[in-house]
Write a protein that binds this ligand. Structure first.
Ligand SMILES: [Ca+2]
Ligand SMILES: [Ca+2]
Length: 218
């Protein structure tokens, strides 16, 4: 076939390209700007709601880091009700068992909640535990707009974030304790738990900065 002036000289590439400004260009589609890195906005932690949200995200990060089964399949849906906006699913493998129940409705709903085993199950989001003789909890009430994440872990370490020495006060003594720990000192399990202020499971100078900012904001 003869090539004419109306025919494209080459097949347009569909591969994303990087523009001179660093943007990602997808041919025939859109321009995606790269993420803009920003410093941690500690000043956002000004009121109870923001502090509570910060603690909630820390819990979720710890849960994910402590349970590899949350990072991969299988995801086994056990119950769903579109009308009531409720969902129960398991993330279970041979080593870990996590049961998630969600109520996205503004009304509470009561369901029979199935677990893999009998025994004690701990809800990490709302900090309570239940004990069951079979693998069912009959008539479990799902509060409005609430999620539950159960594991069979008998205990999870409870601590007051920032109160490194766990004396119920957060002050300069905790800064000293945290610095000592980072420099090679020791802490109790609760102290280590309290030291990870930004919830990234690593204890380092960022946690010192966060602790100082917490104390300055008290
Ligand atoms: Ca303290
Ligand atoms: Ca940290």
């Amino acid at each position: 076939m003869a090539i004419t002036d109306n025919m494209p000289k080459e097949i347009p590439s569909t591969e994303p390209k990087i523009s001179p400004m660093g943007s990602i260009i997808i041919p025939g589609n859109s321009i995606l700007m790269p993420p803009i890195s920003q410093p941690l906005q500690w000043e956002n932690l000004q009121n109870d709601f923001e502090l509570d949200l910060n603690q909630h995200y820390k819990k979720l990060i710890h849960l994910r880091n402590d349970n590899d089964v949350l990072k991969q399949p299988p995801l086994d849906v056990k119950y769903s009700n579109n009308e009531n906006k409720t969902l129960v699913y398991w993330r279970v493998d041979n080593n870990e068992k996590v049961i998630i129940a969600i109520n996205l409705d503004t009304n509470s709903h009561t369901i029979d909640l199935e677990f893999p085993d009998s025994g004690t199950w701990y809800d990490h989001i709302n900090d309570f535990e239940i004990s069951i003789d079979t693998n069912w909890y009959g008539g479990f009430e799902l509060s409005p707009l609430t999620s539950y994440v159960f594991t069979s872990s008998e205990t999870s370490i409870q601590c007051s974030i920032g109160d490194i020495n766990q004396d119920t006060a957060i002050n300069v003594v905790d800064i000293v304790a945290l610095v000592n720990y980072i420099l090679g000192g020791t802490l109790s399990d609760e102290g280590v738990c309290a030291s990870d202020l930004n919830g990234d499971t690593v204890i380092n100078v960022i946690d010192i900065v966060a602790l100082v900012n917490t104390i300055l904001s008290l």
